[in-house]
Design a binder for this molecule. Structure first.
Ligand SMILES: Cc1cc2nc3c(=O)[nH]c(=O)nc-3n(C[C@H](O)[C@H](O)[C@H](O)COP(=O)(O)OP(=O)(O)OC[C@H]3O[C@@H](n4cnc5c(N)ncnc54)[C@H](O)[C@@H]3O)c2cc1C
Length: 339
């Protein structure tokens, strides 16, 4: 099986497929884990993301439930340390109208098993604590996944973009040559639909983040208000986000977007006022139309699709990999459906 794309989705799927006995070669146009999965903040937070009882909401809660075991297994399989904490999240309402909306959302979420309880926060009209929301450092996760893949025999070919997927998924053309295989899994994030015309369109939705150096433990939980959030790595790095921009694949840092993130972050945590961020960056969320990512086999072919995780690809990675491994037959299973 050829996996196209070595972000968190392609790597997690490659690892699970290799564990199932599938021979996997993974191609990445650049270095693995260097795009959206490098840029992501790493919130594993259905409490902040799920506002309706939809397939996406249910996938989010299912995937959150897989994370503790996933991270434990991955640490062991790779030997790489991963900063993962079930730290919880506090969401604040700053107006009466926001307080009503927060209560309504919490009531709906409770019906889906997303727990929260009222709490107090200085300066807020209302606040809720979400005990199950968590965070992880996605850069460590992709480094660990890469190592786990290598240990499970996955061949990783970086700086080798796939140019074309062969008819019916019988292999790929890359910039260096033609590779025949039994099937192809397309997991190239925002770039995916370029490689399989007819697939649901993927498009980049740019987001900017900044980080500040803070005393470790300064922020116990994720803190969020509408589209603004703060979270802190165990090493003290405090991350603030974010923006939602339709700017194509333009990687240039937008000083206006960064100033906006800083202003909102300082509003949420006044201690940040006047502090210069130590890092600022952006990345391309893989957006698609519809509620859920594309995770399916293209009928009548040996092509599988796994992309379009938009704002939640870190959260959804374990469940995506589980679903893909269930869809793709093992080496000794029948691969029916190709004419
Ligand atoms: C600012 C920001 C904040 C975010 N915060 C969170 C968060 O807190 N929690 C959360 O769950 N999610 C978050 N996300 C979303 C999450 O990062 C993404 O949904 C996830 O990383 C998508 O993973 P992916 O593997 O599909 O894509 P990517 O990580 O983009 O990987 C795609 C890979 O495909 C490769 N590729 C592209 N074209 C080709 C080709 N032709 N041939 C071979 N390889 C190719 C690329 O080089 C890349 O490595 C955030 C995203 C951004 C941008």
């Amino acid at each position: 099986m050829i996996v196209v794309g070595g972000g968190i989705i392609g790597l997690a799927c490659a690892w699970r497929l290799a564990q199932k006995g599938v021979d996997v070669t993974l191609f990445d146009a650049a270095a693995t884990g260097s795009e959206a999965s490098w840029a992501g903040a790493g919130m594993l937070a259905p409490g902040g993301e799920v506002e309706e009882d939809t397939p996406h909401g249910r996938m989010a809660t299912a995937s959150l439930g897989l994370w503790p075991e996933f991270v434990e297994e991955l640490r062991e399989a790779s030997g790489v340390a991963i900063d993962y904490r079930a730290c919880g999240a506090v969401e604040v309402a700053l107006t009466e109208a926001e307080a009503v909306a927060l209560e309504e959302k919490a009531a709906l979420q409770a019906g889906m098993g997303i727990r929260s309880e009222a709490c107090s926060r200085e300066g807020a009209v209302a606040a809720r604590f979400y005990p199950d929301d968590a965070m992880v450092n996605p850069r460590e996760v992709t480094a660990a996944l890469r190592e786990a893949c290598v240990r499970w025999g996955v061949e990783i070919r970086e700086q080798e973009p796939v140019r074309e997927i062969l008819a019916l998924g019988r292999g790929v053309w890359t910039t260096l040559g033609r590779y025949a295989d039994k099937g192809v899994l397309l997991a190239a994030g925002a770039w995916s639909s370029r490689l399989w015309p007819g697939a649901r369109e993927s498009r980049p939705v740019r987001g900017h983040l900044v980080s500040y150096r803070e005393k470790p433990g300064a922020l116990g939980t994720i803190l969020r208000h509408n589209g603004t959030y703060l979270l802190q790595r165990t090493n003290g790095m405090l991350i603030a986000g974010t923006t939602t921009e339709h700017a194509g694949f333009d990687r240039a840092l937008d000083e206006g977007a960064i100033a906006d993130v800083r202003r909102r972050a300082e509003g949420l945590l006044p201690a940040l006022a006047g502090q210069e961020p130590v890092e600022r960056w952006n990345g391309f969320r893989p957006g698609v139309d519809g509620d859920v990512p594309v995770i399916e086999r293209v009928p009548g072919t040996q092509v599988w699709l796994a992309y379009g995780h938009y704002r939640n690809g870190i959260l959804l990675a374990p469940e995506t990999a589980r679903r893909v491994a269930a869809l793709v037959p093992g080496e000794r299973e029948e691969t029916s459906g190709v004419s």
